[in-house]
Design a protein. Sequence first.
Length: 378
Amino acid sequence: MVTMASEAVDEIIAVAVWLRASDIHFDPVADHLAIRFRIHGKLIDADAVSHVARIIPRQVVGRLKVLARLSLTERRRPQDGQVRLETPHGAVDVRVATMPTVRGERVVARLLPADTEWRTVASLGLEPAQLHELRKTAAMGGMILIAGRVGVGKSTTLHAILAERSQAGDSVLTIEDPVERKIDAYSQVEVDERVGLTFAEGLRNALRQDPDVLMVGEIRDEATAQIAVRAGLIGHLMLSTIHADNAEQVVLRLLELGIDASLLASALRLVIWQTLTPILCEHCHGHGCGDCIGLGLVGRRAIFSLLRADQIVEVVDAKHGNKLRNRSLRTAQSQWHGDRRLSVYSGSGAAEREGDITVAEQAEMDRDGYGVSLGGSE
């Protein structure tokens, strides 16, 4: 049975890498596991897009835990681990996370191809004016926050900025949970709450390490937010991510975490909000065909909206004057130029195209969750 579980894990991961899946879900159902792949943001039954069997033995969970160096005897608490595996389609870093449920342990494996390089800042898809603003702000220091929902590529944007600052000769120190990929160009610290090394504690001690650039993986609480703002005030380039539905919400959330308004207005120099939009298959126009394995999609693109320092001050002032308006992202973008078409980068396996996506109105964004509308190319 161990051999069967090992072979099943090897096959499932190899197929997922071949399909360019970002995650594999192993869900306990009755006496077996249901397998689903997340491909281009969609969660698809594995047997619908591959030859992977519908019924997979539960011993697969044990095999995954062994690979990720997790405890086999601990089944009542969540666990998290990592492993690098070789597949016929290339090496892949696999982050294994378990969660106890009433039907048994649920496992999600996140896949990151080991040979994939981080994007450069220039390749992210920012418009020229946006790219100029980002580089200008990064060179001056202060706090830059990358905002968006889960899985929209915030880490990709972060590491692109870090790589560019490292190449410019800056000393870069990161605090991550977990460190998904080790990078020689800068120092990385992994959060370990079991020994008291939280984001806040790591950041507090990182200030004594004489870095030019600090990155904390995520602002989750008031303590981390307070220290991050202080770092941005004393000359460091301070980078982090935060979950938010739009750029203005980032400012409001920090105020709600107890950050002093005047300090926030001084420290926070730029908010980059990003989301992903699907790239429709050009052969079937989204209906599903053999070329797109029936998904109707061939990838996803990122689109960006920037909230500059002067706009951040406006939001802070409006909040304290109780005059905050629910401005749309179109308003936040309007100061760039009249044409708000965005150059965006392609998802895996898709060719780049420009000029066929425009920023949507807030109501459309709330309805669709993508924040874009498709327009004709110029």
